[in-house]
Design a protein around this ligand. Structure first.
Ligand code: 9MR
Length: 371
């Protein structure tokens, strides 16, 4: 039944003239040897609840002593296919990768992710369209007029969102636009600085025109709790929705650390957004820790980490409209954490060899209990 549905989807996609590079034949879902379908995260998840991961490539990986993980590491690909039914581009859809020169798009890496997702019955989260970081030099250092810059953003959104029309379930349209005190990032963010806050509504409108079915999100870190930053999102989204701007969702990245307490009001916070009729999502969960000198986490650390993963998942499961839960990588082998936080690591749910940590088991059991 499943393969027939997938095959139909492929035919329909082809008929809608999706670029031929994206059309894939349906293939059975690979499974990690030794694990049955039920014994995976996607197998344990309740119907309609998407369990996702970032797909490793670009960004910090390029400075590491290994080849591109997603395209080179076969065991990695097998676990990616077996465990998850949602994938996010960790870096591959960011401006510096997908639009490296003015007028030149490089869709190769993103196409491969979308094709992989189709082959394995996964949905895709697109990340990201309007951000202050990982923009190419030609954009950041170009000397554009406001009108010129506006048309650059419009063309980018139309081209990128349009290319993957029908293939992306959720887009992070605007990423990290507020500071921790709830002020718009008008200094670092080229779009807000040069074009003013009105550009946010335009970005959502253009994305919606390019793919009316994709759910369009605001995405940020440090918004797990009720605080100045999440308050700022609540106020902005309320205002935009009153103006009929097509905003569909609000997502909390959730880069957590056991150094700090768990954001216990996560569920309460997400429910404020859900009450506006929005979807919510957890988009980049990882739980880092200070590593002991041996480099090996203690049992107590692993238990606390498992608890943070479980509580984040439970909060999402308890909120209507929170049906997408993504971890920012699934193996410590490729995590961004040790590269950005000295002395910290072990933030994902699997070891370097894809061995399952207590956090993995806790997630799977929590999902299974809600089936
Ligand atoms: O995981 C990404 C890493 O490979 C990049 O080097 C880094 C550069 O900023 O971005 C990481 O992903 C970020 C995401 O795009 C937005 N939220 C924070 C994530 C972790 O930094």
């Amino acid at each position: 039944m499943k393969s027939i549905r997938l095959a139909t989807a492929v035919v329909v996609a082809a008929a809608l003239s999706v670029p031929s590079t994206l059309v894939a034949t349906a293939a059975p879902v690979d499974r990690t040897p030794g694990h049955s379908a039920k014994d995976t995260l996607r197998g344990a998840a309740p119907k309609g609840f998407h369990i996702g991961t970032a797909v490793a490539g670009g960004g910090h990986h390029e400075s590491q002593p290994y080849p591109d993980p997603f395209t080179s590491d076969q065991p990695y690909r097998r676990v990616l296919a077996a465990e998850f039914d949602s994938v996010s581009a960790e870096n591959q859809m960011k401006w510096e990768y997908i639009h490296p020169e003015r007028g030149t798009y490089n869709f190769g890496m993103a196409d491969k992710i979308v094709r992989f997702a189709k082959q394995h019955g996964q949905v895709v989260r697109g990340h990201t369209l309007l951000w202050h970081s990982q923009n190419p030099a030609w954009l950041e250092q170009g000397n554009f007029t406001a009108a010129g810059l506006r048309s650059i953003l419009r063309d980018h959104i139309k081209r990128v969102v349009g290319r993957y029309k029908g293939s992306i379930q959720q887009w992070d349209v605007a990423n990290e636009i507020f500071t921790d005190t709830g002020a718009l990032r008008t200094t670092e963010n080229i779009w807000l600085r040069e074009l003013g806050p009105g550009i946010i509504a335009d970005a959502f409108r253009w994305a919606h025109e390019a793919d009316p079915k994709a759910k369009l999100f605001f995405n940020d870190y440090g918004v797990e709790s009720v605080n100045a930053k999440s308050d700022a999102y609540l106020a902005l989204i309320t205002q935009l929705r009153a103006q009929h701007v097509p905003v569909d969702g609000f997502s909390a990245q959730s880069h957590l650390s056991i150094r700090y307490g768990f954001p216990g009001d996560l569920e309460t916070n997400l429910k404020r957004f859900s009450a506006l009729g929005l979807k919510t999502a957890i988009t980049e969960l990882d739980v880092r820790m200070d590593l002991p000198e041996s480099g090996v986490p203690t049992e107590a650390q692993l238990a606390q980490q498992a608890d943070y993963y479980t509580r984040t998942l439970t909060a999402c499961l308890n909120v209507r409209g929170c049906d997408s839960f993504t971890i920012w990588g699934f193996t410590d082998k490729y995590s961004w954490v040790p590269v950005f936080f000295q002395g910290e690591g072990a933030a994902t749910v699997m070891g370097d060899d894809f061995s399952r940590k207590p956090a993995y088991t806790a997630l799977r059991n929590t999902l299974a209990a809600r089936r």
